[in-house]
Design a protein around this ligand. Structure first.
Ligand code: 13P
Ligand code: SF4
Length: 336
């Protein structure tokens, strides 16, 4: 993982949260030779680099756009570049390919999957749909192209309430694959939904006990949590939102310190874009921060290599890409 240049670490327990003080604006942060190489190759290839908020800082620093799943889907749909180097996990790069079937989409580490996506195999969803043919399937974007292809609409954590609110009221909804996000949206919208029993292995590691321990140390720090966390953790948070909304919340809130209950890479973006504030990594019971092992499979060297060789590429069958494009386009239209 990318550790901050400085952090305060207390000796009390391994679950003491990591504290990220503000970046010193007077300390230059020159690019490394590998980062310079990435920028040169990017220009030569006519590529655009899209990176998720959870990527290591070295990658975020050279990306053309850093954002959440929704922002990345829009950027992928809008880009004129012929090559998209996608620094995130597989379902995100796949989404970029679905909206750009003729372009080259690179994923620096093809094994960068997602436990949430894996928790809903397309065959199981197809069998469930066959047994319950009238369901309207709303799929969180953290799912495979095969699952998207048999879903009615896609949503992200940034637009889930809006999308669910636009589904015809006479249709019963099956929400896949994240039961935690689904439960959160159901509460927000008042819309009952069947929930697929999937979850994110990283976000369910947060516990109320660990968060309250952090809060005891930073009593005036708002707790900012991702909706993939379990209900008890969401209920203890001051705000529950997508990673993109976390940036605006921390910028606009007068507090000086925030406890960030999502993947630690998020703090890279917050430190750059919300200067002068301190960010405390949401701890789990066993660790003072929480990295997604899949997101952290990408590295600046792998990004350089994929721009050099134009491999590994994300490939999809034309029929799956076409079928998966329809619910994604519906989402992009509904959330404008
Ligand atoms: P966001 O869309 O909020 O960035 O979430 C993506 C994700 O994978 C969270 O684990
Ligand atoms: Fe998937 Fe969880 Fe990693 Fe997000 S944090 S990419 S949901 S495993």
């Amino acid at each position: 993982m990318s550790f901050p240049d400085t952090y305060l670490k207390d000796e009390v327990s391994t679950a003491e949260p990591l504290v990220f003080p503000p970046l010193d604006p007077h300390v230059p942060r020159p690019l490394s030779p590998v980062q310079e190489e990435v920028l040169r190759l990017k220009r030569e290839r006519g590529a655009v680099i899209l990176a998720h908020n959870y990527q290591v800082d070295e990658i975020q620093q050279v990306a053309d756009f850093v954002g959440d799943s929704l922002g990345l889907a829009y950027k992928a749909a809008e880009t004129a570049a012929e090559v998209i180097a996608f620094c995130g996990v597989h379902f995100m790069a796949e989404t970029a390919k679905i909206v750009n079937p003729t372009k080259t989409v690179l994923l620096p580490e093809p094994a960068a999957g997602c436990s949430l996506s894996d928790s809903c195999p397309a065959e199981q969803l197809a069998a469930y749909k066959a047994a319950h043919p009238n369901l309207y399937v709303a799929a969180y974007i953290n799912c495979s192209a095969d699952v998207k292809a048999i879903s009615d609409v896609i949503c992200t954590s940034g637009n889930a309430a809006r999308i669910i609110g636009l589904i015809p009221p006479d249709r019963e909804i099956l929400f896949v694959p994240d039961q935690n996000l689904g439960q959160w949206v159901s509460k927000q919208t008042g819309r009952a939904m069947r929930l697929w029993p999937g979850s994110c292995y990283a976000h369910v590691l947060y516990s109320v006990r660990a968060i309250e321990n952090a809060r005891a140390r930073f009593p005036s720090a708002p707790v900012v949590a991702h909706p993939e966390c379990v209900e008890a953790v969401r209920d203890t948070a001051d705000i529950v939102c997508s990673t993109e909304k976390m940036v605006a919340y921390c910028r606009e809130n007068p507090a000086q310190t925030f406890i960030i209950v999502t993947e630690t890479g998020m703090i890279n973006r917050l430190r750059r874009e919300v200067p002068g504030k301190t960010f405390v990594a949401g701890p789990t019971d066993s660790c003072g921060c929480n990295d997604c092992r899949f997101m952290k499979m990408n590295s600046i060297e792998k990004l350089r290599d994929c721009l050099l060789t134009l491999e590994p590429r994300v490939e999809l069958s034309a029929s799956i890409a076409a079928a998966a494009a329809a619910p994604i386009q519906r989402m992009l239209e509904w959330s404008r």
